[in-house]
Design a protein around this ligand. Structure first.
Ligand code: ATP
Ligand code: MG
Length: 403
């Protein structure tokens, strides 16, 4: 048995490697929701973490491992590869397939877990947005997926929306950039896969009666095209129209994309052709991380930053860094701590905070005045949080405790 790993955990060596994954004793396994797959996938607890183990051919495991590592280096939202275990054999010397180990994505929900609560059309719409944004991000970085589908995607809650992660990179390839033909091909694969999955859901009675499988897969493609256009279209502007370019950059930031540079070329009539070079998504995520050290999804980060910016304006603090530190210790942490430990298992802290400020806004709207954070937290705990299904119970993973 041979392990290639970025992180050497000696506990790895004690696992029953000479047994096919399908027959591993329950003591090592964690029951978590998972998508449909050709290969055997099991969740295994090692120390404080849960990992996904996938049995597959050595060449495939290694390729996927390398690709996932490459995606991680460019900060792409995908599961993290941890190790490949090869050269396995049974006690009798029969060869066994290799295992690719990835870290289980905390608080993630395979789409089947989301759909099983008879998904409302609005929720469906948010899932499709998240998936379209993931493919756009992917294509901007030159990554060709080759097998985009709902079951190869994981979703995490993101302040009322969802953030999508790539889980299966087996068929992917990282290029410098993609041609329109390659993008079109990747989208066509997505369309066919998602159509099939939506039909399956419909057959299982899990699809809301107002949702049409054909529309579902069409929507992903259309949302993708709209977002892609918004990000990449060339714009002709007057020489003096700096303002237009700034407006465009702001809109892109609002959509969560960072702009590294703006390419300009003059055209005949004295105007300029402008094309922003979008480097990465995660504009708000990065700003929040830089200011507070909190790692959040894009929409969560946007909500937290709004709160932080309002706090900074109210408290007249000029220095952004100092304001961020005070907000973290005087607003964010006390709110999260006010949630009793057993309820903290329900959602991760960033999502909790985002939901609480949303709840505060709703209460304040109803009351016609600012109801204050203390009141909002209490009301949220009693009226909202206790009624939520316990996602930790579904997912069985420890939440990092703050402070
Ligand atoms: N790191 C992970 N975190 C959470 N869930 C995971 C992880 N890795 C795999 N899964 C779950 O296991 C399922 C199957 O994984 P994966 O898609 O890699 O297998 P596969 O057999 O290659 O699939 P395919 O049939 O598409 O080739 C996923 O849909 C997902 O629900
Ligand atoms: Mg898969």
């Amino acid at each position: 048995m041979r392990i290639t790993s970025a992180l050497v955990d000696p506990a790895l060596l004690d696992l029953p490697w000479s047994t096919p994954l399908e027959e591993w004793p329950a003591q090592h396994l964690v029951a978590l929701p998972q998508g449909i797959s050709r290969h055997i996938v099991r969740f295994v607890r090692l120390g404080d973490y849960v990992y996904a183990f996938k049995e597959t051919r050595e060449r495939i495991a290694e390729r996927e491992y390398d690709l996932l590592r490459a995606l991680e280096r460019i900060d792409f939202p995908s599961v993290e590869a941890v190790a490949v275990v090869a050269d396995r054999q049974t006690e009798d010397g029969e060869p066994l397939e290799s295992v690719l180990i990835t870290r289980h994505l905390q608080f993630s929900l395979p789409y089947r877990a989301l759909f099983s609560h008879t998904l409302r059309p609005e929720t469906m719409s948010r899932l499709l947005d998240a998936l379209a944004a993931l493919i756009v991000r992917m294509h901007l970085t030159g990554f060709f997926w080759g097998d985009c589908s709902l079951s190869n995607t994981l979703f995490r809650r993101d302040a009322g929306a969802f953030a999508a992660y790539l889980v299966d990179a087996e068929t992917g390839a990282l290029h410098n950039s993609l041609s329109n033909g390659q993008r079109g091909e990747d989208l066509e694969i997505a369309r066919v896969n998602i159509f099939g999955e939506a039909l399956d859901l419909q057959a299982a009675g899990l699809l809301h009666e107002s949702i049409d499988p054909e529309v579902v897969c069409e929507e992903v493609v259309q949302r993708y095209e709209r977002l892609w256009h918004e990000i990449t279209y060339e714009q002709a502007v007057e020489r003096e129209a700096r303002h237009d370019i700034e407006g465009r950059i702001r809109r892109l930031n609002e959509l969560g994309f960072d702009v590294a540079e703006v390419a300009m070329s003059s055209i005949d009539d004295g105007r300029y052709l402008v094309r922003p070079k979008v480097v990465d998504a995660g504009y708000h995520t990065r700003r929040l991380l830089r200011l507070t050290g909190l790692d959040a999804e894009e929409n969560q980060a946007r909500k937290l930053l709004n709160d932080l910016d309002a706090y900074r304006a109210e408290s007249d603090l000029v220095d952004e860094q100092q304001a961020a530190h005070r907000w973290l210790t005087e607003v964010f942490e006390p709110v999260v701590r006010a949630v009793p430990a057993h309820l903290r298992q329900k959602l991760e802290p960033q999502e909790l905070f985002a939901q609480i400020i949303e709840h505060k806004w709703l209460l304040s709207e109803q009351a016609g005045r600012d109801v204050g954070m203390r009141h909002a937290v209490q009301s949220y705990l009693v009226d909202v949080l206790v009624h939520r299904p316990d996602e930790q119970a579904v997912l069985g993973v420890e939440v990092p405790t703050l402070s």
